[in-house]
Design a binder for this molecule. Structure first.
Ligand SMILES: [Zn+2]
Length: 630
């Protein structure tokens, strides 16, 4: 649908209020000359919606509708660009579809890369799959005395990078200025402000780059608000983590990446607030998630039921493109199922590169399936390819003190994770390499109370007792870990090596972390000790560092069997809002036989080393709310 060329001096009426011609309730045909705007010079509408002719995309779930008798209701009479719709009853209104498509192509522009400034001409799959049915399907409303959109809620599930943000931004702007709604309130909602900004920022840029919109709309960039003063309408962002979500009267709600929302609070609040308008629209777009117990998973399941049986919720429009679980993920022919933009604005080569990486890395396979194939996956995936781990051993130590002398006096960094009962308490030291290509020696100490050993032995074939006899694991008496023993052992390391910094799990308890700092002679005031939780942002850099070193055979763990046990069993989670962020997934307590404590401590030691490399003084911990310094 390329935009037609307009002669100079022609009037643009896309933004005018009053385009939509309500049909008289008696069913009379609206006279053509009743059209409120001289529209003859505007581009003719596109041929009737391509929905009837377009072959359905593979596995597309399109909410077809319950199609009541066509004779119900008066003639539609919607007029646009010299064309009038003569349909009655529920129908896909060609002039409405033409209006939306024309708005995108004539008013909106692309904002990214080589497409910047180009007219936003919707792709056929976007029109046929989403815009035409969503904006075109109308029913006669007795309440409003006119035809209104059938769908109030749209659920769009697509793989990443298929132009979701641009489409959502375009929809937001359409609802703001072109939907014939005075005082329209449009809300861009997401988990937090940063996420909500993603679509808003695209919309803001579209407004700036669009000759029409830049004249009409006022942008309040800091407040994240776009205002149409002429109609008293605005578009602003609302974050789920901000208080005061209620009290809105939305005409449009744009809900981005619903998988990242912690619960259904904001979604439900917006949904119930939509009652006061004639044809409000709430559009949720997301990529598949990885948490079967999340709010998004429950909605996804419900949307699937609606896709299968539209009568279940006739006001809900569902567009889902999920690759079936049994499809071969490495077969390129399957990629367009979830990536309709593949080959146009989504590079197939990028997908190929990622697929190649994912084949060699179990945790990336999960991310590839989730974000690229739009498959709902299990939350955590294995992380360390153990053949690479074994190759990165360095010289093999037959006991924990085997090569310790060689490291005497060397500079190193520590990671510490204290557990009271059944988890391992772990302490990891990573030694500064002698040059940039030399391996990094890594040592651990592990402690466990007696009662924990019995339990873990039962589940793991007596391994923990064996390790205790070999010296890899220190078992302390009683039910709770012996803190004095832990501090004494760490003190021994502090005497043997030059410990330059330590990162600790914040749950390790402050008095203990203080004692660790004291015994190591570390100055917390100057950022030599940091404590934080197992979050994506905190753990990712260290995790990436560790796996990078392992892949380059520079992570010399010397065959520590307890560490191997932990790395082999460690599963990771990827942040729903950024697949590049990763953190270890804690094994469930109780029956779970896995222990992984060597992994977070190694990542923390790597973090401490990275911080040191960044400069003698680390960023002041007090400026960072995620980080506390003791
Ligand atoms: Zn119509």
């Amino acid at each position: 649908m390329p935009p037609k060329k307009r002669r100079r001096g022609e009037r643009i009426t896309w933004l005018a209020i009053g385009q939509q011609q309500p049909s008289p309730p008696d069913g009379d045909v609206v006279e053509p000359d009743a059209a409120p705007e001289p529209t003859a010079s505007l581009p003719a509408p596109d041929p009737p919606t391509p929905i009837e002719t377009q072959a359905p995309a593979p596995r597309r779930r399109l909410h077809g509708g319950s199609s009541p008798a066509k004779s119900a209701g008066p003639v539609c009479g919607h007029t646009w660009a010299g064309q009038r719709c003569d349909e009655r009853g529920e129908h896909v209104c060609a002039t409405r579809v033409a209006h939306v498509c024309g708005f995108f192509a004539e008013v909106l522009v692309h904002t990214k890369g080589r497409w910047t400034h180009q007219p936003f001409v919707l792709a056929l799959w976007q029109v046929a799959g989403i815009i035409a049915p969503l904006f075109g399907t109308v029913v006669f409303s007795d309440e409003a005395g006119t035809y209104v959109r059938r769908y109030r809620i749209a659920w769009i599930e697509l793989a990443r990078k298929n132009g979701k943000s641009e489409l959502l931004a375009g929809i937001a702007l359409y609802l703001l200025v072109a939907d014939d709604e005075g005082g329209a309130e449009i809300y861009g909602c997401a988990r937090d402000r940063d996420q909500a900004r993603k679509v808003f920022d695209v919309a803001e840029r579209m407004v700036k780059l669009s000759p029409v919109l830049s004249r009409r709309l006022k942008i309040y960039s800091t407040a994240k608000r776009i205002v149409d003063e002429r109609t008293g309408s605005w578009y602003e962002i609302v974050a789920a983590d901000a208080a005061g979500n209620l009290g809105h009267n939305p005409h449009g709600v744009i809900m981005d990446e619903i998988i990242a929302q912690r619960d259904g609070g904001l979604w439900n609040a917006m949904r119930t607030a939509m009652g006061a308008r004639d044809q409000p629209l709430m559009v949720a777009a997301t990529t598949a998630g990885d948490d079967a117990h999340s709010f998004a998973a429950a909605e996804h399941a419900e949307m699937q039921r609606i896709a299968d049986d539209p009568a279940r919720a006739p006001h809900v429009f569902v567009y889902m493109r999920n690759t079936p679980a049994d499809a071969d993920p490495w077969d390129e022919d399957n990629w367009p199922i979830s990536n309709p933009a593949a080959g146009t604005f989504l590079s197939v080569q990028t997908l190929r590169d990622e697929a190649l990486e994912a084949r060699n890395d179990p945790s990336k396979e999960n991310a590839f399936r989730q974000f690229r194939l739009n498959q709902w996956v299990s939350q955590s995936s294995r992380w360390m390819p153990m053949h690479l781990w074994d190759a990165s051993c360095g010289d093999l130590w037959l006991n924990p003190t085997w090569g310790r002398d060689k490291l005497a006096g060397r500079e190193c960094f520590a990671g510490f994770d204290l557990s009271a009962k059944f988890d391992l308490t772990a302490w990891c030291l990573a030694f500064l390499p002698e040059d940039d290509s030399a391996p990094i020696d890594v040592l651990w100490r592990f402690w466990l109370p007696e009662s924990g050993v019995e339990k873990l032995d039962k589940l793991n074939d007596g391994k923990f007792t064996r390790w205790s006899k070999q010296g890899w694991l220190t078992v302390t008496e009683g039910n709770v870990i012996d803190y004095d023993r832990v501090i004494a052992d760490i003190g021994q390391d502090a005497a043997d090596f030059a410990i330059r910094g330590a990162d600790c799990d914040e749950w390790s308890m402050w008095p203990i972390i203080n004692r660790v700092a004291d015994v190591c002679g570390l100055d917390a005031e100057h950022g030599e000790v940091a404590a934080y939780r197992n979050t994506y942002e905190r753990m990712s850099p260290g995790m990436d560092e560790v796996i990078g070193l392992v892949k380059n055979e520079r992570f010399a763990h010397h065959g520590n069997p307890v560490a191997r046990f932990c790395f082999d069993r460690c599963t990771v989670r990827r942040a729903p809002y950024d697949p590049n962020l990763v953190r270890p997934s804690k094994p469930e307590r109780g029956a779970d036989r896995a222990r992984i404590d060597a992994v977070p401590t190694a990542a923390m030691a790597a973090n401490a080393m990275r911080g040191y490399a960044a400069g003698p003084m680390r960023v002041s911990a007090y400026e960072d709310t995620g980080l506390m310094v003791i």
